[in-house]
Design a protein around this ligand. Sequence first.
Ligand code: MF3
Ligand code: CO
Ligand code: CO
Length: 258
Amino acid sequence: MAVVIKTPEEIEQMRIAGRLAAEALDYIGTFIKPGVSTNELDKRIHDYHINVQGGVPATLGYGNPPFPKSCCTSINHVICHGIPDDKPLKNGDILNIDITILKNGFHGDSSRMFTVGEVSPQAKRLIKITHDAMMAGIEAVKPGATLGDIGYACQTVAENAGYSVVQEFCGHGVGRDFHEEPQVLHYGRRNSGIKLEPGMIFTIEPMINQGKRHLRILADGWTVVTKDRSLSAQWEHEVLVTDTGYEILTISPATGKP
Ligand code: MF3
Ligand code: CO
Ligand code: CO
């Protein structure tokens, strides 16, 4: 399957799905505090997607084994695909919430970092640099640039700060399918890989570890953790390649910022 070039109508639908994903993240952010469980957050996201947004949580039942929840909640040394559970969040935790809404047949996929109570300066720095890495990747997007340019930009920011880039998971084309081509690696060489063209839509979602890049997958088949148990952070946006550069489809309506 080749990379899908979206039509103007499809792009409009992707703007809608992307905005809903961002709105759901704005919504859930208001409930995050010590003592709240990720299951409570998951239930709120599930109900918000269905009852308020008229969509479906695309993660529920996705993959094999079927993912059991309506979002991923990845705390501290969890890199990605954490499964919501009944454990209460604690003061000092850092948390990624990754949501994907399916609306009118199109996917809105985005994730953000959240902090619980007071977190350490080291954790704040990791969160900030990871956001910087994602933005550097996004800013590399324009027609004629390559996927390698995106990976190189993310990797440079992360490694210059002393962190490592997870290699086993990547960004992806997104549209009618949750995960489409191409694979968007968050490391790489300039001028390598396919050339970007207007109408492509993909995610950029770097996972950056405070320690080494290596990971382990837990027996639940989903939860990905750092092998050295160091902290990990991730941010994710959907990006459209435009005639002149890029458009981020999952900007927060609450702040107007990526
Ligand atoms: N939202 C994730 C991504 O960014 C995928 C989660 S799949 C799940 O690609 F099954 F773990 F939910
Ligand atoms: Co994604
Ligand atoms: Co996601």
